[in-house]
Design a protein around this ligand. Structure first.
Ligand SMILES: [Zn+2]
Length: 189
């Protein structure tokens, strides 16, 4: 939590980059699991679908979830962007303004990308969806609980632990996503 802040980066950008490069390596070595695959199935079979994920890794994309059906609300760890302007490139310093480049994730204390908020709000504005599945999030951010509860009257929470969303859920499933999600997606066919 200390490194994932604008202050941490200003203090020691090299250390922050070292940490993110290690995280990138770990993610590259990881493989999508049964939950990622179940979400791909759901994205393909549902008439309308939007995945809003707090994950900054690329496992949903690698599993096959189409980019246009996904919002990475906390950013993309494989993106490198300028710490001052909106220039994006895999460089050490911005070729537009000279500031240091940083990972394209949302750090603690930072605002969400308004364009990403717009995608979620636009989707919600089309009306209630049949089902909102809330998977594996601690629901510690107000916007997550807000979107989840506004999306649908039917809210299923999949999480081994209780969260602030649990009492608002129609159903809670206390299992890991890799176990519960494939079963639920199968039952929706
Ligand atoms: Zn710049």
């Amino acid at each position: 939590m200390k490194l994932a802040t604008p202050e941490g980066f200003a203090e020691n950008p090299e250390l922050v980059w070292e940490w993110y490069n290690e995280r990138r390596e770990n993610i590259r070595a990881a493989q999508p699991n049964a939950a990622h695959k179940a979400i791909v199935d759901l994205a393909r079979s549902a008439r309308e679908f939007l995945l809003v994920t707090q994950n900054v890794d690329d496992l949903h994309a690698r599993a096959g979830t189409p980019r246009e059906k996904m919002v990475q609300i906390h950013g993309d760890i494989f993106e490198t962007r300028c710490s001052r302007c909106d220039f994006k490139a895999n460089l050490e310093r911005c070729e537009r303004c000279g500031a240091l480049m940083r990972p394209g994730v949302v750090w603690f204390g930072e605002m969400l990308d308004p364009r990403k908020i717009d995608i979620v709000e636009e989707f919600l504005s089309r009306g209630d969806v049949d089902l909102a599945l809330v998977v594996g999030t601690t629901a510690g951010f107000g916007y997550i609980t807000d979107w989840a509860t506004r999306a649908s009257r039917v809210l299923i929470e999949i999480n081994p632990d209780e969260t602030p969303l649990s009492e608002m859920a129609t159903q809670t499933i206390r299992e890991p996503a890799g176990i519960a999600l494939p079963r639920i997606v199968d039952s929706l066919r």
